[in-house]
Design a protein around this ligand. Structure first.
Ligand SMILES: [Zn+2]
Length: 504
């Protein structure tokens, strides 16, 4: 805190306003307006957005919708105009696949001279899914093989392609993931993870089961043929990853003549046939929103050119009863955008127009930005000419900020990077580090597909990244304030006849 305070005083008190090389200094009206970016106000926005009541802003969720309405109310109050076709919200549809738990089931059967005996496992009693993703509808059958706790030796002991593997659940989550990856690479058709004795699978996987039943909504860009195209692409055989209570497995074994007490670490043919049926309802749709505000430019010609500034306002929701508040990811960028809106409201119109977009579905795979880029509508036939994206700008060292593209990504590098490099020292970021390895990881990647110059500002991941501990208490609001000031300076520098300085 001490360092941060000192830095602010230093910046405010000295007349440093001239960038290192040849660039016009930030204009006096913008410098005055930048004073309206205030750390306490930013922090109170983060506090609301990252409160437990928003339930981690999953896409889709009630908390996300409430956050969208908060953003709209704040923008209305600041005097911005709605920037979407139907007002403040650009809506897009998700196809909601839901698991039909009544129809989804599996069975094990044994065939001998005396005929066929079989045991049925019903979903939600004897059978669970390990992932929150609804599988493709269909049936799978194969011969069952016991693979111990899924250690390499058991997999190495034979060719298990097209089999259905049964394993004792490893205690460690990392090990479980490894077993599943191995099952996939060995070409198994399904993996059944048998829980430890006494493990209450129903309770442990309750949240996951609830999500499977409620649905797993997905966005598919129109360019990929919508949900139908997606189904065609994913209709390849996939490995279903089941969970089964130990008691259910043992009951089946004894009914089918397998002595489960003799099953150890070694691979062993169970001489049983597995048959699974996955029933999925893919007919329902869910609508989600991006929030778009518009600040019209004053120049009759240049106002058709719009600088698009973005941040995602969604996060990853609730898992196992814990709210993932996402104060930094991306309460920081979401609140930073609001602070920037306040700066511009106090500045008045620029020559070019500015649009702010808070996108949803980023955490699920850049859904909201893809949906906007698929139909990039702005008021008055304005066109987006550049994008600045902010994601996670409120943690780590006060003077540490990253940017992409850098000159190393030369086909993407553009004048925004030059402006950022020259102006960032004026806001307490002496040297921007490269975020090139995050080039495809946030929404600027969707906007870059429009063929416009983009830039991503990011202050790196940390120990609380995608953890429940990403809370408001750890947010450096002064850092967000200075990133907002930096973006204000960049936007101010984009008001000349040419949008951006040329890159060599
Ligand atoms: Zn993020």
């Amino acid at each position: 805190m001490v360092c941060t305070a000192l830095l602010s005083v230093l910046l405010a008190g000295t007349a440093v306003n001239v960038p290192a090389s040849g660039l016009e200094p930030t204009s006096a009206p913008m410098l005055r307006a930048m004073e309206y970016a205030r750390a306490p106000a930013i922090l109170s926005d983060v506090e609301f957005i990252a409160s437990d009541e928003m339930q981690g802003r999953d896409t889709p969720s009630e908390g996300l919708r409430i956050t969208a309405r908060y953003l709209k109310a704040r923008m209305q109050r600041l005097g911005w105009q709605p920037g979407a076709k139907d007002g403040w919200f650009q809506t897009y549809e998700l196809a909601n696949k839901r698991l039909d738990t009544a129809g989804t089931q599996a069975s094990l059967s044994s065939t001998s001279d005396n005929g066929t005996r079989s045991c049925t496992f019903s979903f939600g009693a004897d059978l669970y899914l390990s992932t929150p993703f609804v599988p493709n509808a269909g049936t799978t059958e194969g011969d069952a093989v016991w693979l111990g706790s899924g250690v390499s030796a058991a997999f190495d002991a034979g060719d298990w392609k097209d089999r259905v593997g049964f394993v004792s659940e490893p205690a460690d989550a990392g090990e479980r993931q490894k077993v599943f990856s191995r099952a996939r690479s060995e070409g198994l058709k399904a993996l059944v993870v048998v829980a430890a004795a006494g493990d209450d699978v129903a309770t442990r996987l309750a949240a996951r089961t609830k999500r499977l039943v409620a649905g797993s909504p997905r966005y598919v860009p129109p360019s990929e043929g919508g949900e139908e195209g997606r189904n065609q692409r994913t209709n390849r055989p996939s490995v279903t990853n089941w969970h089964m209570p130990r008691a259910s497995f043992e009951r089946a074994c004894s009914a089918l003549g397998v002595d489960s007490a003799t099953l150890g670490e070694e691979a062993r043919e169970l001489k049983l046939r597995w048959n699974e049926t996955r029933v999925v309802d893919a007919t329902s749709k869910v609508t989600v929103e991006n929030v778009v505000g518009f600040w019209p430019g004053s120049d009759p010609v240049l106002s058709k050119e719009t600088i698009l500034i973005s941040a995602h306002y969604d996060h990853v929701g609730v898992t196992d009863g814990q709210v993932y508040n996402g104060a930094d990811d991306n309460g920081s960028g979401t609140s930073g955008l609001l602070a920037l809106a306040e700066v511009l409201a106090n500045h008045g119109p620029l020559r070019r127009s500015v649009a702010m977009i808070w996108v949803s579905g980023e955490e699920k795979g850049l859904w909201g930005s893809q949906a906007w880029a698929a139909e990039p509508w702005l008021p008055g036939e304005a066109k987006a000419v550049a994008n600045i994206n902010m994601d996670m700008i409120g943690r780590n060292a006060p003077d540490d900020l990253m940017v992409t593209p850098t000159t190393k990504l030369d086909k993407h590098f553009n004048g925004l990077g030059l402006l950022a490099d020259q102006l960032s020292p004026l806001e307490g970021f002496p040297k921007l580090r490269s975020a090139d390895e995050y080039w495809s990881r946030s929404d600027h990647a969707s906007f870059a597909k429009l063929g416009i110059p983009v830039m991503f500002l990011f202050a790196d991941v940390h120990a609380d990244y995608h953890k429940p501990g990403d809370d408001v208490e750890k947010i450096d609001a002064d850092k967000i304030r200075r990133v907002v000031r930096l973006v204000s300076r960049i936007v101010d520098a984009m008001q000349g006849e040419t949008l951006l300085p040329p890159v060599k």
